[in-house]
Design a protein around this ligand. Structure first.
Ligand SMILES: [Cu+2]
Length: 703
């Protein structure tokens, strides 16, 4: 009996420890920024020359007219990540641009030249480390820089992901952002084939914002930035959310027999004094369920489960959401917290403890999907999406409201790795809200069974991403939020041309649309195909052979070869593509030019009605098909669910050169799910219009 009491008291001490450890929430932090450096002969203001609070990235920035010059150091540096599972700050040592948990926030304007002196200060591999052949997950100290979603040249020292910047070397990038580049939310990340997933998972990514001040004149499209302000022309408060899923682990000695140290429940453990790292592709990244089971938490700008406190009820804010993870869906929903039950007292203050599994119970109690004592679904806080993948939509797309606006839409904001979503947020009343990564049913998981299913709709347990503690302000009835946002936009933009103002009153954003509607495609009757498949050749639906063909990560039955160009297309052409996955979903991403989602079909039938309304009914937990709301939107990254066909149209605008198409599940990319595309001046001319007659060295196509 005495033993039992002793055990019980020990147990309760253990249970209470995380609660004792944390008395205040993790504060929300914007991404770090580079220190401004003075131009020669100039001095900076005192404020600009002071080091900023928080992490200061290794590097600096100068502005000189249209030239933005960065010194950016790629380093592996010690850091700390909050772990609610233990209530402690875990020591980590990770690779990133600048050495903070995320790369510095970069802000540029259309017409800027972005000159980046990239200093790769990662240490070369130790003697005896594996060689670095082409492809394969290796060479973790070789890096480069990709400007995801940017419409810039892929050639030379611009957005060229075929570059290898070796350890302890420097490289000068020069990216000319055209005058007519749309304003929006983009990002940059490591993209050296073979080390992409490991480096991005380690934190080698950052947010790139293009800010525009071009007003809509009645003739030329304007920048959405010009209408997002209060009555005094002060821009709406902005919050940047770079979601990262850093799978740091501690390994048992000796290194030759590396095993991840785990708790009894299988989650990963870093004993006191140990340092978490991201070094082992197979053990930390490549399993489809590794992120679900490792007990790690999605971070936002490097902070786990931050509390956002600078929000007032009724205030419109612009949230820039960027999925910088490598593999797993973030199914973003925002729900008001229920202020009863034993867990509520701390939760209302933004304090959550425990492993993801322990937290799932708390979340079910304080942020339930149904209203207390009812089966009625909880009222979500709407996310008014104004741009997807950085490009302004034709209309405000309300996510999470049942009422109809111009484009309609309910449910979740499904963020897949690589996606961006710019949303206007209004919290209807003061109080605490949960920003959730909502769970999906097993059939809806990213890696659905061979039989298919909706797939890619969220984690297996609901996770808390952040809390929002909303101060008193203007209380808005929940069912009037859409009208409220539209009316404020109209009220604060009275100088707009009459037609634009009239449309804005119904959420129409056409005057600020990021891309013009595509023209007709030259190959509409015979579209290009991208078919993703992991498995033994041949790619289904072809009959399997005996013995089976080679196993691999395939696009159109081929694994990546740097020596092969699979698509050679004509600059200026507009063409259709059809994207499919077999067996499990993949994520299509193409560099340089965005594409327009023309249609999504399921078993040969469009999921859209005549005006883009979604014909697919919501499922049992209120999630809707993630393609709802994509009709005729421009994107650069799109989820390709097995059993669905995604029909896209793109124009190879302006730029020639070689770049890539790949799966944005980045461990798939490293595994071989990537292909080269080359845009040439003239498909009908000798050498495709490149080089001189008799010149052979331009062509490395070994097909
Ligand atoms: Cu994939």
């Amino acid at each position: 009996m005495r033993l039992r009491i002793l055990l019980l008291s020990m147990f309760s001490v253990l249970l209470c420890q995380p609660l004792l450890a944390q008395q205040s929430p993790q504060p929300f932090a914007a991404p770090p920024t580079l220190q401004e450096k003075a131009l020669p002969g100039k001095t900076l203001s005192l404020a600009a020359s002071q080091p900023k609070p928080g992490c200061n990235p290794s590097g600096d920035v100068t502005h000189n007219g249209n030239l933005v010059t960065l010194d950016l150091n790629v380093v592996k540096r010690p850091n700390k990540i909050y772990n609610p599972g233990t209530g402690s700050m875990d020591d980590v040592n990770l690779r990133s641009y600048g050495g903070c948990l995320t790369g510095p926030l970069l802000e540029i304007n259309p017409g800027n030249t972005l000159r980046v002196f990239l200093h790769n200060q990662l240490e070369p591999p130790l003697p005896g480390a594996p060689e670095c052949p082409d492809g394969g997950p290796n060479c973790f100290s070789i890096i480069n820089l990709h400007f995801h979603g940017m419409h810039v040249s892929p050639a030379g020292n611009s957005d060229n992901v075929l570059l290898n910047i070796a350890p302890m070397t420097n490289f000068q990038y020069e990216v000319n952002v055209p005058e007519d580049h749309p304003a929006g939310t983009f990002w940059y990340h490591a993209h050296r084939h073979g080390s992409t997933a490991l480096q991005v998972a380690s934190g080698a990514s950052g947010v790139l914002i293009v800010r525009g001040n071009r007003p809509y004149t009645g003739f030329t499209p304007g920048d959405i930035d010009t209408i997002l302000h209060d009555a005094n022309n002060k821009p709406f408060t902005e919050q940047v959310f770079l979601f990262q899923q850093i799978p740091y682990a501690c390994f048992s000695d000796p290194p030759a027999d590396q095993k991840i140290i785990k708790n009894l429940d299988g989650t990963w453990k870093c004993p006191a004094g140990d340092t978490g790292v991201v070094e082992n592709f197979d053990k930390q990244l490549s399993s489809p369920t590794v992120w679900d089971n490792n007990g790690r938490f999605t971070s936002i700008n490097g902070v786990v489960q931050p509390a956002i406190t600078n929000v007032k009820a009724g205030e419109i804010q612009r949230w820039r959401l960027i999925h910088g993870g490598i593999h797993d869906t973030v199914n973003l929903q925002i729900v008001p917290m229920v202020s009863r039950g034993p867990a509520a007292a701390l939760a209302l203050r933004g304090i959550f403890s425990g492993t993801p599994a322990q937290q799932a119970k708390t979340i079910a109690e304080v942020c339930p999907i149904t209203q207390p004592d009812s089966t009625k679904p909880v009222e979500l806080v709407p996310q008014f999406e104004i741009a997807s993948d950085g490009l302004t939509r034709t209309a405000i797309h309300p996510i999470g409201v049942a009422e109809k606006s111009v484009s309609g839409g309910i449910g979740s904001n499904f963020l897949q790795p690589g996606y961006r979503s710019d949303v206007l947020m209004v919290f209807p009343h003061p109080g605490t809200y949960c920003v959730l990564n909502q769970a999906a049913t097993p059939e809806e998981r990213a890696n659905a069974s061979i039989k298919g299913g909706p797939g890619g709709q969220g984690p297996n347990e609901t996770q808390l991403l952040a809390t929002v503690i909303v101060k008193a302000g203007i209380t808005v009835p929940a069912d009037q939020l859409t009208k409220y946002v539209e009316q404020i936009l109209v009220r604060n933009n009275k100088n707009l041309p009459a037609n634009a103002l009239k449309g804005l009153a119904d959420g129409d954003l056409t005057p600020w649309r990021g891309m013009p509607e595509s023209g007709p495609a030259s190959n509409a009757s015979d579209p290009l195909q991208v078919a993703f498949y992991i498995g033994d050749l041949p790619t289904p639906p072809a009959e399997p052979t005996t013995p089976p063909g080679a196993f691999g990560f395939y696009i159109n039955s081929k694994e990546y070869s740097p020596n092969r160009i699979d698509f050679t297309r004509q600059v200026g052409a507009t063409e259709d593509w059809v994207l499919t996955s077999y067996g499990e979903p993949h994520i299509f991403h193409i560099h340089v030019n965005p594409f327009e989602v023309m249609d999504v079909t399921y078993k040969g039938k469009s999921i859209y009605g005549e005006h883009g309304e979604c014909l697919v009914p919501p499922d049992s937990v209120g999630l809707v098909n993630q393609y709802c709301g994509m009709w005729h939107t421009f994107k650069d990254t799109v989820f390709v669910q097995n059993d669905y066909k995604v029909h896209i149209r793109t124009t190879y605008d302006r730029y020639i050169g070689e770049f890539v198409i790949h799966c944005h599940i980045l461990d798939h990319e490293d595994g071989g799910m990537m292909t080269n595309i080359e845009i040439v001046p003239d498909l009908g001319a000798p050498g495709n219009g490149i080089g001189m007659p008799e010149m052979h060295h331009m062509n490395h196509n070994d097909q």
